[in-house]
Design a protein around this ligand. Sequence first.
Ligand code: ATP
Ligand code: MG
Length: 389
Amino acid sequence: MARYGELFLKSKPVKFHFIGMLLRNIGKALSASGLSYHFETPRGRILIHGNQPEAISSVVSRIFGIVDVSICSRTSPRLDDICGEAVSLASANLRAGMSFAVRAKRQQKTGLDSQELGTLIGSAVFDHIPGLEVDLDTPDYEIFVEVRDFGGLVYDSRIAAPGGLPWGTQGRVLALLSSGIDSPVASWLMMKRGCETTHLHLDAGRWAGKDVALAAIENHRRLSRWCPGNPLSLVIADSEILYDRMDELHIAPRYRCVICKRFMQRVAGCLMEKEGALAVITGENLGQVASQTLANLSVISEAVMIPVLRPLITYDKEEIIALARRIGTFDAHPGDLTCRTVPSMPATAAILEVIKKCEEKMNIEEITDGTLSEIQFVIALNGEIVKDM
Ligand code: ATP
Ligand code: MG
């Protein structure tokens, strides 16, 4: 049984549409893992029937829009059947000296209420297994029972899923993906919120550490595990010329980071429409590095008239790393990811007019066109690269 969260709040037609997307996503994910299944969708729940419940629950607990998943036994609506199932599940898991609680829920408004149902089942468990203690606050073991129109559901665990909104319900975004820790998390957060993503990596060539492009592709590959059954595109654009030009023209080193990030926005702005994206996503985070002061972020945003979303803006680094570990994009030994253009003292409050003058001198438009003419695609599907450059 999969529970969905926020979809409850939607109007009927929107909910219907979102649940349809959710079922499509679950179906694609299960098929991608070679699992057979069929659905039942009673009010407020998705029931997935299949003969590999552990494998199914592990796939479904990674689907955006799902809050948690339980492996259930399904019984008839008769109380003795439900009680019998609860007792047999408890017998397999409870031993003398342990405490337990029954959490019961009833859909019907007539007959026993939820509390009475819980007490009834609790007594049956208590009578069958000697030496137990009831503890409703912090029990060692919980049994959940739901009585619905179609029958009873009995289970003893709730596997947390990511929540959010069904993937594909919120349109497409173009996410700037680096070799680092932050941007994969930013992209994942947008996926979790229902967005399809196209990734964009700018390859600085000789100005980037030798493992940078590979690590960005690895981030992309790992993120594709979160939209199983759907190919994920990464655009790689060659941006070496930008850094060559800053070097040749002796642009003040302290402006390089802001010029670099404005350039990324320019390239993203040009690709957005082609990719059908409605916003650009970055992993920028307030105060993390010199280019991410409020003053610099506003100079960066000024480069193009596009919506730029920064889902990590208020996160602490520790929080980002914890999420990256959970998502599976954290890499403890990522290799040589140095940036060879980063100055020792980057400007923390670049003046827009000064930056614009530098860009004019560099002929930034021509550089942008050059970068856009050198793009390649890497497609990932189900955690594997299926089409390489
Ligand atoms: P990250 O922030 O992802 O850990 P980073 O620390 O190397 O990577 P920053 O300098 O913090 O990068 O860059 C801020 C944001 O700019 C990144 O989160 C990412 O969205 C984007 N970005 C940085 N480098 C690149 C790149 N080479 N290609 C595409 N986007 C990039
Ligand atoms: Mg960063």
